[in-house]
Design a protein. Structure first.
Lengths: 117, 107
């Protein structure tokens, strides 16, 4: 069974940093691209970043470019999202999702990030 | 960026009804469109990909179609388990974008 489990969320002050992790199991992690998508409270889905299976290709939404870094460790079956210079508008539930031929076919349960003083 | 205009934003229907949700793409995205169902407190679940392909395990009551830049999700024989928010998503090019979502409730 494909499983994606996010961790690392929490309450953080504006301007500070936070690192999310997504532990994958049930499939060969190194064969798949991965994504981060977020959902602000009561809002729709917003794509954040994508990374290819070997980390050769990385893409970011303009809203996070220069502040967030997506990375992965295939030996640890783990996807990361390093978030710096956090703003109140970054408050959201952050999902990791598997990329299967560009389709996000499996999602984790999400990690909650609240940016507030 | 490609804009996905989803309608309606909310709808209420009765048990057994047929409902249709639509997304209009601001530019050509081919068939690079998927539909997700999201229940309260849960993560999105893939229902349709490639505009018309049913994901494994999804009931055949769900179907997707395309007419030019208009993409539709149709649910036949509506049941209480179909309540939730439905999101369309284009993966034709980065930045990936989503529709604003349609909240479906049963009367």
């Amino acid at each position: 069974e494909v499983q994606l489990v996010e961790s690392g969320g929490g309450l953080v002050q504006p301007g500070r940093s936070l690192k999310l992790s997504c532990l994958a199991s049930g499939f060969t992690f190194s064969n798949y691209g991965m994504n981060w998508i977020r959902q602000a409270p009561g809002k729709g889905l917003e794509w954040v970043a994508s990374i290819s299976s070997s980390s050769s290709y990385i893409y970011y939404a303009d809203t996070v470019k220069g502040r967030f870094t997506i990375s992965r460790d295939n030996a640890k079956n783990t996807l990361y999202l390093q978030m710096t210079s956090l703003r109140s508008e970054d408050t959201a539930l952050y999902y990791c999702a598997r990329d299967s031929s560009y389709v996000m076919d499996a999602w984790g349960q999400g990690a909650s990030v609240t940016v507030s003083s | 960026d490609i804009q996905m205009t989803q309608s309606p934003s909310s709808m209420s229907a009765s048990l057994g009804d047929t409902v249709t949700i639509t997304c209009l793409a601001s530019q050509d995205i081919g068939n690079y469109l998927s539909w997700y169902q999201q229940k309260p407190g849960k993560s999105p679940k893939l229902m349709i990909y490639g505009a018309t392909n049913l994901e494994d395990g999804v009931p055949s009551r769900f179907s997707g179609s395309r007419s030019g830049s208009d993409y539709s999700l149709t649910i036949n024989s509506l049941g209480y388990d179909d309540e939730g928010i439905y999101h369309c998503h284009q993966y034709y090019e980065y930045p990936y974008t989503f529709g604003a979502g349609t909240k479906l409730e049963l009367k």
